[in-house]
Ligand binder design. Structure first.
Ligand SMILES: NC(=O)c1ccc[n+]([C@@H]2O[C@H](COP(=O)([O-])OP(=O)(O)OC[C@H]3O[C@@H](n4cnc5c(N)ncnc54)[C@H](OP(=O)(O)O)[C@@H]3O)[C@@H](O)[C@H]2O)c1
Length: 207
């Protein structure tokens, strides 16, 4: 992982709402730097970022996408706008935390939502993950009851899956690799008006 010349962190979180802030707390807990971007001027959320920790760096979207690993923590509907920030996402790893709950399957061409996101981020390596925990839980210390809270990961790129798995470990989570997006990954993706078949079966929707 390289840090770019103008001090943008190697990690970025796009979206500084419920999930973006929860992820920022995870980075802060481990003393890791991460840049955060929203639709707003970075100055407008600098106080909120500083309240989480000194390593949370408010950035514009253009600055944030210089990072190597980029968490996508926006509403599913906003992902095409974020994707426009770069002409090519070659060399970037995108962690898709979105849940396309309630998005009609026809709008996704019948595909898993992560496939649709992957297509928008041309050239990037996409890992679906961190999306099954509500923000209030995701923001808490993952070291619980003598164990570690699980995050599920799925990707069609084994290298990216391993990279994000290592990051999840660094953040204190226990990653579970589910395989490709269309296979294992589909188990933890919202689909139409249903949550992922494996773990959301008996849960209510988060938002
Ligand atoms: N909330 C949960 O418990 C939960 C759990 C699992 C997964 N998720 C998924 O995580 C995603 C985020 O949920 P959330 O609850 O955090 O939503 P949220 O509170 O509404 O936050 C969305 C964030 O995205 C930013 N944003 C929107 N368009 C953008 C763009 N074009 N460029 C940069 N930033 C942009 C917004 O910026 P502004 O702040 O400037 O408006 C805001 O900070 C959703 O896909 C949701 O399904 C949520």
């Amino acid at each position: 992982m390289s840090t770019s010349e103008n001090e943008v962190a190697s990690y970025a979180i796009i979206g500084f709402g419920n999930i973006g802030k929860a992820l920022a707390r995870a980075f802060t807990r481990k003393g890791m730097k991460v840049s955060v971007a929203a639709t707003r001027d970075p100055e407008s959320f600098a106080t909120d970022a500083a309240a989480i920790g000194p390593g949370i760096i408010p950035a514009t979207l253009a600055e944030a996408v210089k990072a190597d690993v980029i968490f996508l923590a926006v509403r599913f509907e906003s992902h095409p706008d974020v994707a426009k920030a770069l002409p090519s996402w070659l060399g970037k790893t995108i962690v898709d935390v979105t849940n396309a709950y309630g998005v009609p399957l026809e709008q996704l061409g019948g595909q898993p939502s992560a496939k649709v996101v992957a297509q928008a981020f041309t050239g990037g390596k996409l890992v679906k993950g961190f999306n099954h925990l509500g923000a209030a839980i995701l923001g808490q210390d993952p070291a619980v009851h003598g164990g570690r809270r699980v995050v599920f990961l799925a990707s069609d790129d084994d290298g990216a899956a391993a990279e994000v798995g290592a990051l999840a470990e660094d953040l204190g989570f226990a990653p579970i690799q589910l395989g490709g997006i269309s296979e294992g990954g589909l188990l933890v993706q919202a689909r139409g008006n249903s949550w992922g078949q494996l773990i959301f079966k008996d849960l209510v929707k988060f938002n």
